[in-house]
Design a protein around this ligand. Structure first.
Ligand code: 0RA
Length: 669
């Protein structure tokens, strides 16, 4: 998810982490909170503070408030966080931390609670030795949430009392008052996102679920509850992981088969900088990893709980340590013969699931989406900690070490076979656009930005699509039969499949080390399959193919799913009917008639049942059609979905496809 831009300070409380709390005995006091600016800039340029005014920005409000509670947990004062979605789409975040201070702020002469919520960049001591998150939208402060909410109610239990205060669009509308007594402490923030700012103010359960679960994995023993009260029967989920990232790795591997002979428990390694390291070189490293039998790897890295989608120094250090220790072990134990080449990092990471979580005082986030950790000393530290921990693990677990080596060695063989296959196919020109597949009905325009490739199932649908299309900008590639499940075969096998090679050739980018998005022959690749279970299956296989071999195409937003209508409803005596795309739409339309003698319904089982004019008008004509853009928003969810669908657990796959065949949400669109 690209959700960060560089912001100078963490506002409310900086990301204070365990190591930090130790060095920093003085607690926050009202007087240490510095006042910088008012909230107008936030309402003027919300995108600068929460990334966007679309769904991602809307959800960001929740992450912001939750982050503050998590900070309380990290500082050792909070054990529970509860997030509730109310029926009116307001959000309530409650914690049992110390509570935001309510004492009068010495400079502002108003309650600190009010300062914290109405003043931008009012945070705890970011002016001296505090550890902070210097990048990201993370840590912009609850005042930003206040500014972007049409209403916000803060409730604090502290100093023996319960205090309440209310705001509207960042302005105080009810002064802080003591409304009761309590021996407990904690903060609850309820906010109603401003619908004049956000495109939509409807929260998505799955997005909240996945993010909060991830937060719980990264904060061992922290109990996070999510309650969705928008349905008749509230949905309640609770996350609390005593194993932290070890549980995270277990979870990521849940649908997969652990490498036989391996321990059920993931490998866990942790360490930190020397006690006498200078403050700007301090850090903590934690990793958990485990191998499964699949042919792809998943490595997720975090810095101060922020997902570093673009990797960075910690990831580099991790990778080189794993590659080196496994090669060293294989050499010294004669698993690798003298003449044999080293295993590559890719070989070793095939089937490896890993979570890396580092904590550091002053993280620098770089890269296109500010999701790449830039502090170079974290490479050295991560490398050192992981190399030492992994070497120890291998020495202590010789059987497991052998299994890991065997898996990587097979990957190496597969890689060499794939290289040969690629060379052979290249020699034959199979993946080059010069030899476009015979079945491809190409378009005449050559400017990729304007053109579209429709991938359809079978020759009959292919025939209709070819007749229906605008041949200047729309190309059609019919695929015969099922496409190979690329999750379950190695690349050289995939390259021996005609269907796969014709896809690669038609698209023009190549794959693997040869992949080049600049060579894409179309900027819209549209998967157009029948609206039945077979069609859903083919769509999922194609998505897996794109996910595994052409992920940048998904990231670039080039992959789409066409939405052909399911029904046509014709009122009696009328020539033209209405196309309907879902069962719900059909039910709504049918309800408008007195009885069933007043209309007829035609159900389209496949694209082949539509005549070309209908197919054009409903599904292919740019100005009328509905297409869904495929995006991978969340690496964790995507990987699990693909594993669920494509892994080797046939039963699970069948039920998943049956329940989700028509559910577009799982596509993460
Ligand atoms: C400033 C200072 C202190 C705590 C907090 C803010 C605080 C903020 C939030 C936001 C959500 N939950 C929160 N819990 C605490 C420290 C106060 C002290 O020293 O007692």
């Amino acid at each position: 998810m690209s959700r960060r831009t560089l912001l100078p300070e963490r506002l409310l409380i900086q990301k204070v982490r365990k190591n930090v709390a130790k060095n920093n005995n003085s607690s926050y006091e009202a007087s240490s909170i510095k006042v910088l600016e008012g909230l107008d800039p936030v309402r003027k340029r919300p995108g600068m503070y929460v990334g966007s005014t679309s769904a991602s920005g809307l959800h960001h409000l929740v992450w912001e408030v939750v982050d503050n509670s998590v900070d309380e947990a990290m500082a050792g004062y909070c054990t529970r966080i509860k997030v509730t979605v109310r029926p009116d789409n307001s959000i309530c975040v409650e914690d049992n931390g110390r509570g935001i201070p309510v004492a009068r702020h010495p400079q502002k002469r108003i309650p600190t609670l009010e300062v914290v919520l109405t003043v931008l960049h009012a945070g705890g001591k970011f002016d001296n030795d505090a550890y902070k998150v210097s990048g990201g939208l993370h840590g912009v402060g609850v005042s930003v949430v206040n500014a972007l909410s049409k209403r916000l109610v803060a409730r604090v239990k502290r100093d023996g009392g319960i205090y309440e205060m209310e705001f509207a669009r960042g302005k105080t509308v009810r002064k802080m008052e003591r409304v009761g007594k309590s021996k407990a402490t904690g903060t609850s923030i309820t906010f109603w996102p401003d619908d004049t700012i956000f495109e939509s103010t409807i929260y998505d359960f799955d997005t909240l679920h996945d993010h909060l679960q991830e937060t719980a994995f990264l904060n061992k023993n922290l109990k996070i509850t999510l309650v969705d009260e928008r349905e008749l029967e509230p949905r309640v989920v609770e996350f609390c992981y005593s194993g932290g990232i070890v549980d995270f790795v277990r979870f990521l591997n849940e649908e997969k088969t652990i490498l036989p002979g391996m321990d059920r428990n993931p490998v866990y390694i942790s360490g930190s900088s020397a006690p006498d390291a200078p403050p700007d070189q301090k850090g903590e490293v934690e990793v958990a990893l485990q191998w499964n039998t699949s042919f792809s790897g998943t490595v997720m890295s975090f810095a101060n709980d922020i997902y570093t989608d673009e990797g960075g120094m910690h990831l580099e250090g991790f990778r080189s340590a794993i590659t080196k220790t496994i090669n060293d072990y294989a050499r010294s134990h004669k698993l690798l013969k003298e003449k044999e080449a080293n295993l590559t990092g890719d070989d070793i990471r095939e089937g490896m699931t890993a979570v890396i979580s580092v904590k550091l005082s002053d993280p620098q986030f770089e890269g296109q989406t500010k999701a790449k950790l830039g502090n170079s000393y974290m490479r050295t530290l991560t490398n050192k900690v992981v190399a030492q921990g992994m070497a120890e693990y291998l020495e202590e677990h010789p059987n497991q070490a052998k299994e890991i080596f065997k898996k990587a060695n097979q990957a190496a063989k597969g890689r060499m076979a794939a290289q040969k296959a690629r060379q052979a196919t290249r020699r034959k020109g199979l993946l080059e656009s010069a030899a476009l597949p015979g079945k491809l009905a190409d378009c005449s325009v050559r400017d990729a930005e304007m053109t579209e490739l429709f991938i359809v199932e079978g020759d009959s649908a292919g025939g209709s699509a070819k007749m229906a299309r605008d041949r200047s900008i729309q190309a059609v590639l019919p695929l015969r039969g099922k496409i190979l499940n690329v999750e379950r075969v190695q690349e050289h096998r995939a390259l021996s499949s005609d269907t796969i090679t014709s896809l690669i050739t038609a698209i023009g980018t190549g794959i693997g080390p040869d992949f080049d998005i600049e060579k894409a022959r179309y900027h819209k690749i549209v998967i157009m399959t029948d609206a039945d279970v077979d069609g859903a299956h083919i769509r999922i296989l194609l998505l897996t193919f794109f996910y595994r071999y052409m992920k940048p195409m998904i990231d670039a937003g080039y992959i789409y799913v066409a939405q052909p209508p399911l029904y046509q409803l014709k009122p009696k005596g009328k020539k033209n009917g209405k196309y309907l795309y879902t069962d719900e739409e059909l039910a709504l339309e049918v309800a408008k008639f007195e009885d069933s003698s007043k209309y007829t319904i035609q159900r389209y089982k496949g694209l082949g049942e539509m005549d070309p004019e209908q197919l054009w008008a409903t599904t292919m004509e740019p100005k009328n059609r509905i297409m869904l853009r495929v995006t991978i928003d969340d690496a964790m969810a995507a990987d699990r979905a693909v594993a669920n669908l494509m892994g080797n657990q046939v039963e699970k796959r069948r039920t998943f496809i049956q329940t989700h065949a028509k559910d577009v949400r799982f596509l993460d669109i």
